[in-house]
Design a binder for this molecule. Structure first.
Ligand code: ADP
Ligand code: ZN
Ligand code: ZN
Length: 744
């Protein structure tokens, strides 16, 4: 296979116009040396300037006569050779999600540039202690105090870190060199890996598995041994022992000499979670996430390649750690929206993991307390094998949930954001010194500002969104960062009644202090958790009892057990239902189920109150009953009727332009193209202005194509890509999003 005479090459320029394969001739000196995935130097363009490119194929067949083809110049060293498998995966991603090949390659290659190996210097004593001591005395007499300091230290410790000697001991490098040339000590270099996690912890064996857990592990591992490769879905409530199952499976794979990738949403990648893995596998496990430096990422990939680690834990990008013998991929909380990339290629980790598992002949295990409609649908179709874990292993039962109708509250004259029932229970818990969590499932931050006289809403001049009110009278755009002072009078009618319509976590905090004067509140939202540390800090403060109430957005419903929390309040459950998108019901169900699961995790029984204006909605009803199966049946019906995923597939085509007219015209043209192509097999909706029609002065238009068959949509995408090659574009940009997580 390596004996081709021609190389198919992708040029490393992020531009659609050159995102195609160019063929080059392989000179004799490189014959047999090139491999798919290598980075090579090639002459490119009219001026034949040297460029880098990736080999994506080797062949004996030329597309053009020899004299028309240029020669490969050489192999670029110092670049991580992309594994052939990674290139295959990138090619699949390009086709399935719509992106340039270069963007796909950059996604699957975690670090492109080889980083220098880190080194530390150390100082080693070469003489026996007595001789060193004699020399020390001599130095003292000669008043060579610097030399004396290092010798004294070397009498105690035979090896010293270089930095300690030059730093704390304040010994110059000249003095050290002089001792080195006398043969007293040696200065040596030692290379080491950048280690992102420094957890000093003892090892712990696994728990003995429950019967249900054991059966799952046995089945998956025996399938593996029988060469059966499948995707498994473990549907188990939080605390039912899914993580213990993953740990056991990893152990099984390590015994078989295989490696594993464990995906965990970034937000759930807490110290506690990591500790559990480190206790079990020590330094055979490592972590990959966005907080790592390029050097740290590079080193983790090197360790994986050399077989020095068996497990990598991380969010979706950990999929691309190059293990030579990958045996299993596990995705915890597979329903999490963060598994989908928000930049091109907009890949979903679940589907990409399936493809990777196929390429590597590995198994895939998914787990969730509230499986995505996609995964459950496939399990029902028999494409995935389904397991259930229904028992909480730590004891503690699911807390009873009651729904409070907020319309009733208003009718009875209660205009507070806390219903009477919630207020009573809060008083009770504060008295008993138990803790409370209040949850606001809305994605926005503070409320918007509007004029009570003429109805004007303060909007961002660059984006099609309303400005959010912050502390200190500032109005902020959360899309572009634009800031302005809140006006004293309405800019349109001069009325002084221009006021904030607050509905954010800040207001709840304020209201809590008013209602319960001595209460201690912690707040967690996008504003208080700019960094991961602040996030962990708030959680640990709460778990140490430093507050009575934790108020927050969806962030507070994930991970972390708080045994002293005996009351959870959801303030307005329908806020997330009002999003005009087809996943709103599913997202609401997931959030409410998770929120409810926060109460009564310890010995004391808990209680959950869901406040809502739509008490009859099935997402809210089913979440209150903790009835996943019933929810699924209703939701899938709605998806089937609306021709939405997973009952069908959907492709969003997002067109942006700085000129409204040009953007609109291009979207119209692509819409016609799509309509003309697939009459009957595909539904085309739009073009329409995106729900946020402008961000940062760039106009946004959208087109939706729906079809039962994914491949039909890919054909439309290919056709659009072709069409774009032939159009003179100014700054219009087209992006594809398959089975989108949000509407545009
Ligand atoms: P999940 O991942 O489903 O939330 P975990 O694996 O974290 O569940 O398990 C929940 C709790 O139950 C943990 O404290 C864990 O140590 C404990 N646990 C899990 N499996 C067992 C078992 N077989 N025997 C005893 N305790 C277990
Ligand atoms: Zn006004
Ligand atoms: Zn803006």
């Amino acid at each position: 296979m390596n004996q081709g005479s021609y190389a198919n090459i992708i040029v490393d320029i992020s531009h659609e116009k050159v995102d195609r394969i160019f063929q080059y001739r392989i000179p004799d000196k490189l014959k047999g040396k090139l491999e798919v995935g290598m980075c090579v130097q090639i002459p490119f363009g009219r001026g034949d300037s040297m460029r880098k490119g990736y080999v994506v194929g080797l062949t004996q067949k030329a597309q053009f006569p020899d004299e028309k083809l240029k020669w490969v110049d050489g192999i670029v060293t110092g670049i991580v050779p992309a594994e052939a498998d990674a290139v295959r995966l990138a090619a699949w991603m390009k086709d399935a999600y719509g992106s340039t090949m270069i963007a796909a390659l950059k996604t699957v290659l975690p670090v492109k540039r080889a980083m220098k190996q880190k080194e530390k210097k150390k100082i080693t004593r070469l003489l026996p202690v007595e001789e060193t001591r004699a020399l020390l005395g001599e130095c003292m007499r000669k008043h060579q105090t610097a030399k004396a300091r290092v010798l004294e230290e070397l009498c105690r410790e035979p090896v010293l870190p270089y930095e300690l000697v030059t730093g704390k001991l304040n010994v110059s490098s000249t003095a050290l060199k002089s001792l080195q040339s006398q043969g007293v000590l040696a200065i040596e270099r030692e290379s080491y890996y950048r280690n992102p996690v420094k957890l000093e912890t003892g090892r712990e064996a696994g728990k003995s598995l429950s019967r249900e857990q054991g059966e799952i592990c046995d089945k998956i591992l025996s399938d593996y041994d029988e060469e059966k490769r499948k995707t498994y879905l473990i549907h188990g409530i939080t605390g039912s022992g899914k993580t213990e199952v993953y740990l056991s499976l990893i152990e099984g794979m390590i015994k078989r000499g295989k490696q594993c990738i464990m995906l965990i949403p970034e937000i759930a990648l807490t110290y506690q979670t990591l500790l559990r893995f480190y206790k079990r596998f020590g330094d055979r496990v490592s972590v990959m996430n966005s907080a790592l430096s390029q050097g740290e990422k590079f080193d983790q990939c090197q360790r994986a390649k050399k077989g020095e680690i068996d497990v990598i834990i991380g969010p979706r990008s950990a999929l691309f750690v190059p293990f030579p013998n990958l045996g299993m991929i596990m995705i915890d909380e597979e329903h999490e929206p963060s598994y989908k990339s928000e930049t091109m290629p907009r890949y979903h980790a679940r589907e990409t993991a399936e493809k990777l598992a196929e390429i590597k002949k590995a198994s895939l295990v998914l787990g969730s307390a509230t499986p995505s409609l996609e995964a459950y649908y496939r399990a029902k179709e028999g494409k995935y094998e389904l397991f259930k874990l229904n028992r909480r292993l730590t004891g503690g039962t699911l807390a009873p949930v009651s729904i409070v109708d907020l319309r009733e509250e208003l009718r009875s004259g209660n205009r507070s954001i806390f219903s009477r029932r919630l207020q009573e229970l809060m008083e009770d818990r504060i008295e008993k010194k138990e803790q409370i969590m209040l949850f606001l499932n809305r994605r926005g931050y503070a409320g918007f500002v509007s004029c009570r006289s003429c109805g004007l809403v303060m909007k961002c001049p660059h984006c099609d969104v309303s400005l959010s009110q912050h502390m200190g009278g500032r109005l902020v755009c959360h899309y572009c960062g634009y800031e302005t002072a809140q006006p004293a009078k309405c800019p349109s009618c001069s009325s002084p009644y221009i006021l904030g319509f607050k509905a954010g976590t800040e207001q709840i905090e304020e209201q809590l202090y008013k209602t319960f004067p001595r209460i201690r509140v912690l707040r967690m939202d996008g504003d208080t958790t700019r960094t991961k540390e602040s996030y962990e800090k708030i959680l640990s403060a709460f778990s140490q009892g430093e507050a009575d109430v934790l108020v927050g957005t969806q962030m507070i419903v994930k991970g972390h057990d708080f045994p002293n929390v005996t009351l959870v309040g959801v303030l307005a459950a329908d806020l997330s239902l009002n999003d005009s998108d087809y996943r709103a019901g599913e997202r609401t169900f997931q959030l409410l189920t998770q929120a409810a699961g926060r109460a009564g995790r310890g010995r004391k029984p808990g209680e959950v109150i869901i406040q809502t204006y739509r008490p009859d909605h099935y997402s809210i009803q089913r979440a209150a009953q903790q009835a996943y199966e019933a929810f699924y049946e209703e939701e899938i019906l709605y998806r089937e009727l609306g021709v939405y995923p997973p009952a069908a597939h959907m492709m969003a085509v997002l067109v942006t332009s700085s000129e409204e007219k040009r953007g609109e015209a291009l979207t119209g043209r692509l819409g016609e193209l799509a309509r003309g192509m697939k009459e009957g097999k595909c539904v085309v909706i739009g073009p329409a202005k995106a729900s946020i029609g402008k961000i940062n002065d760039i106009y946004r238009f959208v087109l939706y194509c729906k079809s039962a068959e994914y491949d039909r949509l890919v054909e439309i995408k290919d056709k659009i890509e072709q069409e774009l090659q032939s159009i003179e574009l100014r700054d219009e940009n087209v992006q594809f999003d398959f089975d989108p997580m949000d509407s545009y």
